[in-house]
Ligand binder design. Structure first.
Ligand code: HEC
Length: 144
């Protein structure tokens, strides 16, 4: 092999290694999932302080469903974002199914709130609250 060709090959290998390292770093920042930050969505929808879903549940319980629309719309938009995520570990199809269920229930909640349908909102809330465990068991170390 001539010297120039050998040097060229070394260069190509070094370049592709560099590209690999950069791609890996970017991947980490995006949580491996097309820019979806699952943790941030969970905190906004379910955080102990000011989570949107507990806020909506309180308003519905206290006969104030009419005040819950902005929160319900925001929660539904956030939930819809989860569908695009692709988990690094675990089954992608399971994620797609569970995320869609969660997004659909959250959308039902927003629709019920918009119609001021208290029973509909309560049943959507119980579907949402029943969805946590299966997804956390499959994709996190959380116990519930
Ligand atoms: C479609 C899957 C899915 C559903 C449904 C789901 N979660 Fe999560 N949740 C996750 C994943 C994945 C994480 C871990 C995120 C991370 O740390 O990167 C998480 C993390 C969390 C966290 C921790 C966030 C933090 O502070 O680090 C809370 C709180 C949480 N979920 C609450 C809930 C509640 C309450 C429900 C049901 C009402 C729920 N989640 C439903 C997937 C889901």
């Amino acid at each position: 092999m001539n010297r120039k060709l050998a040097l060229g090959l070394v260069g190509v290998v070094a370049l592709s290694l560099a590209a690999f390292v950069v791609a890996d770093d970017k991947d980490k920042k995006e949580e491996g999932g097309r820019g979806v930050d699952v943790e941030a969505i969970m905190k906004k929808n379910h955080g102990k302080k000011g989570g949107l879903i507990p806020q909506i549940a309180d308003l519905v319980k206290n006969d104030k469903i009419g005040d819950a629309l902005p929160q319900a719309k925001q929660a539904a938009t956030l939930a819809a974002g989860l569908v695009k995520y692709q988990p690094k570990k675990g089954d992608k199809k399971t994620w797609a199914d569970l995320a869609k269920e969660y997004a659909d229930s959250t959308k039902d909640l927003a629709t019920s709130v918009e119609k001021k349908d208290v029973d509909g909102a309560k049943s959507a809330l119980s579907a949402i609250n029943g969805s946590c465990k299966a997804c956390h068991e499959a994709f996190t170390n959380r116990k519930k």
